[in-house]
Design a protein around this ligand. Sequence first.
Ligand code: ADP
Length: 493
Amino acid sequence: MRKSQVLKILFVTSEVFPLIKTGGLADVSGSLPAALQKHDVDVRILVPGYRSVLSQLDHLETIADIKHLPMIGQASLLTGTLPGTAVPVMALKAPSLYERDGGPYVDTHGYEWHYNGVRFGVLSRVASLIAKSHHPLLDWQPDLVHCNDWQTGLTPAYMKLVDHSKTKSIISLHNMAFQGCFPENLVTNLGLPQSHFVMEGLEYHGQLSFLKAGIFYANAIATVSPKYAQEIQTPAFGFGLEGLLAKRHLEITGILNGIETDVWNPSVDEHLAKRYSIKSLNKKADVKSALQAYLKLDNKPDAPLLGIVSRLTYQKGLDLLLPHLQQLLNAGCQLALLGSGDRTLEKAFYDIAQANPGRAAVTIGYNEPLSHQIMAGVDMFIMPSRFEPCGLNQLYGLAYGTPPVVNATGGLADSVIDTNKHTLSNETANGFVMSECTSEGLLSAIQQGLHYYQNKPRLWRKIQKNGMKLPLGWDESARSYYELYTQVIETTD
Ligand code: ADP
């Protein structure tokens, strides 16, 4: 591995913590670049200039005006630093695209922005321009562009087909379920060659697929866990792109995400009533008691408290909990849920909370402090995802001494080790893994957890500590990305 040379990486993303976040992609974008800086990587982030981005960036200044952009004409590039870090961020200021009320992908009513194709097509266009050899835009040219998910998927297409760039690209797949498919007319409107709107190119079932474009034209593909790298090559997880992915299997690398240990760490977490560490795990009980009080749950120290922080969608598999939830509450369990998404699921959990005051607390919405308090205050974290490219919440659970109960998929399978005699004796047991992805499978994994929690307190402590001991930070993953970047940069086409 070439260690002497500084690698220049443009990291393109549609969300980055703490500037803007809807899910795990923001967490990764907020922490991987800082971790890469420790490995001699000159990394700069490119993100849309949403209002919350422009208002939070430190030392903001305009560095370039960009002309002749498809559909919108011009935009400007501002630079600043990510709060709390030394990571440079370039924000693409295009008010008509990004400075609107609503979220990064949806309007105030929760509907997808109808012009998302333009919003993220332009972002991808600018990423490619920054990567272009001798482009007068900046006096900085990356060796490689690291794209993330469909929102940045057209970048490798622009680099290959329009700019004929020598710069390499990779695309990280954080979730194959979201592909960014738009009508064919966007191809020419966005300045891409119509001749490449074919199956061996940009086209996917008659539409322009941003994700497919990224997978097709990038020099390499990364997934956020090794298991997901395998899974997406099968029909059950590939969302129609499994064939293309299987063809490119030699160029796919799975690297498990790390977590931001300055933020997600019970010994420094400012959101908690009490801080604790592996050496003072008994203080976790105080956090539980504060959470019970805050959520108006009965103040019962011994009641097994199950926690959920999640998007409430089919992917997350939380509907699997519903058939047995009343039974678990009747048996003395409590529930603390924070999440939002599918209205039917929201209502189903809300109704359970209404019927079980003091035993089930359901908070619909997005609440960063409460997510920390739940992670620390509950006894088990429930995450029965049907598919999970990496998943961060189970990693947070491990770090907080809150054993996760998970389905054996993607990053969950790569990080949670089921508890049994063997894994207890080799000190790897750190959670509970469902033997099948069904309601019964989930119930039985929870019951397994309850068995240790209620009857084997010494072993329970061991399970908690096995998780807390793991090196969950970004260091190892950043090293793997460094190796991947080097390998891709050194490969000749
Ligand atoms: P995904 O990106 O698929 O939603 P991950 O587990 O990778 O799932 O990451 C989810 C991130 O979003 C975590 O940081 C989690 O704490 C956070 N999160 C999800 N829902 C909420 C919510 N309702 N309130 C606060 N944080 C949330």
